[in-house]
Ligand binder design. Structure first.
Ligand code: BEZ
Ligand code: FE
Length: 287
């Protein structure tokens, strides 16, 4: 009988799985076991601490619903989601950032120049830019799928019982012959991630706030290119240095400029903006 003690148990657990040698699954599983056991030994974990972790995970499961995934939120506040985004960003391409829980498939298709804000309260901005490849060649026909909070920091999908349409403040644009996209909308405000559950408890235990810096969400796609999921933030905005889910990267921060230069851009717009934001998206080839 093998002598299983606190040092040999790690190998014994790995050996108990009959995984395909060298496979990705084996690497992921063995790595997880190694790190989990190392952590447990290093921390000299007590029974109370061990049970605390398991109960915390149980509570995350209990509060989760199809609309609220507390484990994703946990991943977000621990910087795990951001780390996966960073690792998977291709050289030269726009950096990835949080998808968040409010994405909807099948947002309405919009014509360039449309007003996503649709008469809502708030500062009206023109958002425009190009979609290019990593050599800065414009990509006509690229798809820019965007969604955002309103000027009070709420997503219309959160306000359906107050008569809001869940597809408000979202739309899909197709870039023109020069790879350009442009539309008007309202400037979103910061909002908090949900903090009435176990993840909120964790934030309070660590004296952390739950605020996200205001942002616009994007998924950008083009044939033959690797799509990106990202967010655009605003220079000098509140929480820009302390986003609760570590979504901000320098390269994703845009300037909000006064609208005086809009005429020169020659866009046909449904709305009249007070300010403008320019942001170019860069896609890397697939593969
Ligand atoms: C969001 O950006 O919509 C979001 C991201 C993480 C947690 C909650 C919301
Ligand atoms: Fe968001």
């Amino acid at each position: 009988m093998p002598d299983i003690n606190q040092f040999t148990i790690t190998q014994a657990v790995k050996d108990s799985f009959r995984t395909e040698p060298g496979s990705r699954f084996e690497k992921l599983l063995h790595g997880l076991i190694d790190h989990l056991h190392d952590y447990t030994r290093e921390m000299n974990l007590t029974h109370e601490e061990w049970m605390g972790v398991l109960n915390f995970l149980y509570d995350c499961g209990q509060i989760s619903t199809p609309e609220r995934h507390e484990y994703i939120l946990l991943s977000d506040v621990l910087g795990f989601s951001a780390l996966v985004d960073m690792i998977n960003t291709r050289g030269g391409a726009t950096e990835g950032s949080n998808l968040g829980p409010f994405y909807l498939d099948n947002a309405p298709r919009m014509k360039l120049g449309a007003d996503l804000g649709d008469g809502r309260e708030g500062a009206k901005v023109l958002v425009h830019g190009k979609v290019t490849d990593i050599l800065h060649k414009p990509l006509p026909g690229a798809v820019v799928d965007t969604w955002q909070a309103d000027s009070s920091g709420t997503y219309p999908i959160q306000e359906q019982e107050h008569g809001q349409d869940k597809y408000d403040l979202r739309g899909i644009f197709t870039t023109d012959d020069e790879g350009r996209y442009y539309y008007t909308t309202v400037l979103p405000k910061p909002y908090t991630v949900p903090y009435d559950g176990p993840v909120g408890k964790l934030l309070r235990a660590g004296d952390r706030h739950a605020w996200r810096a205001a942002h616009l969400h994007y998924i950008v796609r083009a044939p033959g290119m690797r799509s990106i999921t990202t967010e655009v933030f605003f220079e000098n905005a509140e929480y820009i240095d302390a986003d609760a889910v570590f979504g901000v990267r320098n390269s994703l921060v845009a300037k909000v400029k006064p609208a005086k230069d809009i005429e020169g851009l020659g866009f046909e717009l449904d709305g009249k903006p007070d300010a403008l934001i320019e942001y170019d998206f860069v896609l890397a080839p697939q593969g």
